[in-house]
Design a protein around this ligand. Structure first.
Ligand code: SF4
Ligand code: FE2
Length: 635
């Protein structure tokens, strides 16, 4: 039974305990929800006004238009682009927080933060075309923050956002400009989507989807700036050996799980935890304080500091069922509201921290960058207090953890390649792609969904692509899946990589001082860090003088579920990348919208959605796409 729900080995220990304790999990609620609404699944349910809800009969017998006259194409298109707007809002709001923090640091207002990576800040300034000559670090930070915040303020419709302009190939920018889908202002574009999808506004599915593409590109802009400014503030990731899965929770430590997406708080919690370790020991925790990560907050601190990852999205509740998490500190996104109830069944303090993200039953510690240290101290003290209430008889930590070598940002990938060719680091990668040792590159991203046995599609696809010599990058909960299942190890490379991929990964890893191959899948960070993979692709495309839609590059979200994944998938397509979805998107109630996203997009943008629920077939299809692209390049 358990294996149908999840392939995470720790679930086999914990789901029976959840049952015994009377705790319902995401999988229980999924089962209770069956059968799910067919209209919703097809995207043909409209709740945009109070004359509704309306739904279109997919079999053609019942209503074919809503009460206002909207047909299935309009309804589906409106619904999907509202999802894009929500995803873009989440990522770019995260980005705005980071940009404002950078501005605060530049102005000396935020004692908890500093510029940890000055070289990265300078590189970002250069990328944004900001002159830094004779400027000190605070001045550069101020100028970078200003240019970044312009992406939320610019009112000139013809001037694209600064970050997107600095982050794509010239050809791609021209192509997007010609379609009028380059965003000029993240906030404005999101607002436009909400405005045009009101009752009685834009009813043209093509026009709506183009508006959605612009919103998705605003999402990309927000992700680029979130990633790069976080690197400047908190450090650029470099390879680090750590561990993943619930076995990273320690029985004799005060365990604090940091969960959500935004690194602004978790960075300070990590720092303060080090300072308060002695207090935890005094409270009886002989291993002091142990920070573990969940979801993308987990990925952020994992790739930067080697903090172990306890869980990805679907196992967040299981972390609490171990009975050994003393505090779960959450910021934004992907936090199941159920965690406060489960925390209350145990001794766990579930702490919300963002004014706009509260959960009934949780403790709220208001987090502001200005007073971050105080908030972090309060959070750690609350965890130590909770630890004193922990019932050791209810502790069940599964004995599962896997080594994970993580932290492959653009700089570390290029750095590793530079050990083979210092003058032209990309050359070895390009050579190996050209000669076929590496057939292509796949970026795995996105969530877990209860529609798929947790992690199974990620792992199945990765093993098949690896055997066929595809280089793999991963972010978000996809990266979490691979880390938990041991695919971010050197052993995985030796076991699963095809011969030529194995040879390349071994040559790079050995020359970069890893004493063996690079791991089979390279962990690039959190969901916003998908922008890192684009940066690598843009560098390769620029060097070859081609555009992104010519590269043997594919993306896949085999277990997607979030509106953020809709936004990411759509910009991936807009950048020219064939993008696989392994769960059914809620658009199939409109043949027109489905065609736009899976076929017309190919002519307009070069990228397109490819939906395949079977992970084996999906891997085969991506391999075909890669071979088609290779043929196009004549390699
Ligand atoms: Fe129905 Fe139109 Fe209102 Fe949607 S906007 S609920 S289709 S009347
Ligand atoms: Fe994420």
């Amino acid at each position: 039974m358990t294996m149908k729900l999840t392939t995470d080995p720790s679930a086999a220990t914990l789901l029976p305990i959840a049952k015994k304790e009377g705790v319902s999990t995401v999988w229980d609620r999924h089962r209770a929800m069956q059968p799910q609404c067919g209209f919703g699944q097809l995207g043909v349910c409209c709740r945009i006004c109070w004359k509704g809800p309306c739904r279109i009969d997919p079999f053609g017998d019942g209503p074919q238009r809503g009460i206002c006259g909207a047909d299935a194409d309009t309804i589906v298109a409106r619904n999907v682009i509202r999802m894009i707007a929500a995803g873009a809002a989440g990522h770019s709001e995260h980005g705005r927080h980071v940009a404002l923090a950078l501005q605060g640091v530049a102005e000396g207002r935020l004692p908890a933060y500093q510029i940890r990576d000055e070289a990265k800040l300078r590189a970002v300034a250069a990328k944004l075309d900001i002159c830094t000559e004779g400027q000190d670090i605070p001045a550069i930070a101020a100028a970078v923050a200003k240019a970044t915040l312009e992406d939320f303020q610019n009112q000139d419709h013809d001037a694209p956002c600064n970050w997107i302009e600095a982050s794509l190939t010239k050809k791609r920018l021209e192509r997007l400009q010609a379609l009028h889908v380059l965003p000029h202002n993240i906030d404005a574009v999101i607002t436009q989507i909400m405005g045009r999808t009101l009752v009685g506004c834009d009813a043209d599915p093509v026009n709506l989807i183009l508006g959605g593409i612009k919103g998705a590109l605003a999402d990309f802009d927000g992700m680029c700036l979130a990633t790069e400014l976080s690197d400047a503030l908190f450090g650029t990731p470099s390879p680090v050996i750590t561990a993943a899965n619930l076995g990273v929770i320690k029985p004799d430590a005060v365990n604090i799980a940091v969960h959500g997406h935004n690194p602004l708080l978790s960075e300070v919690v990590c720092e303060v935890a080090g300072q308060m370790d002695e207090e935890a020991r005094k409270a009886g925790a002989k291993d002091g304080i142990n920070i573990v990560g969940i979801c993308c907050t987990g990925n952020e601190v994992m790739v930067r500091h080697g903090i172990p990852l306890a869980a990805n999205y679907l196992s967040q509740e299981l972390a609490l069922i171990t009975g050994a998490v003393d505090a779960m500190v959450v910021d934004v996104q992907c936090i199941m509201p159920s965690v406060s109830e489960i925390g209350a069944c145990f001794h766990t303090a579930v702490i919300t921290t963002m004014a706009e993200n509260k959960i009934p039953g949780a403790t709220h510690v208001d987090f502001k960058e200005e007073t971050a240290l105080e908030s972090a101290r309060r959070i750690v003290a609350t965890a130590i207090d909770a630890y004193k209430r922990r019932d050791p008889r209810r502790v069940n930590i599964p004995d599962f953890k896997q080594t994970a070598i993580v932290g492959f940002g653009v700089e570390s990938v290029v750095g590793a390649l530079a050990t083979l060719n210092a003058e032209d680091p990309l050359q070895p990668l390009i050579e190996n792609i050209a000669n076929g040792n590496i057939r292509g590159i796949a970026l795995f991203a996105g969530c877990n969904s209860t529609q798929v046995a947790q992690d199974s599609s990620f792992v199945t696809m990765a093993k098949k692509l690896a055997a066929n010599n595809v280089l793999m990058l991963a972010t978000g909960c996809g990266a979490g899946s691979f880390a938990k299942h041991g695919l971010m190890t050197q052993e995985a490379t030796l076991e699963y990589a095809g011969d030529s991929l194995k040879a390349v990964l071994t040559a790079i890893g050995t020359s970069a001082g890893l004493n063996g191959p690079l791991p089979l899948v390279l962990h690039m960070g959190s969901c916003v860090d998908n922008s890192r993979a684009v940066q690598v692709a843009v560098a390769v495309a620029d060097k070859l003088g081609v555009d992104l839609d010519q590269l043997p590059l594919v993306a896949s979200a085999p277990e997607a579920m979030s509106e953020k994944a809709v936004a990411i998938g759509t910009w991936s397509v807009a950048l020219g990348i064939p993008t696989h979805l392994g769960t059914m998107p809620q658009v199939t109630g409109s043949a027109k919208v489905t065609e736009l996203l899976t076929q017309t997009a190919k002519d307009l943008l070069g990228g397109y959605f490819l939906v395949e629920l079977d992970p084996n077939l999906a891997a085969d299809k991506l391999l075909e796409v890669i071979e088609e692209r290779r043929k196009g390049l004549g390699i």
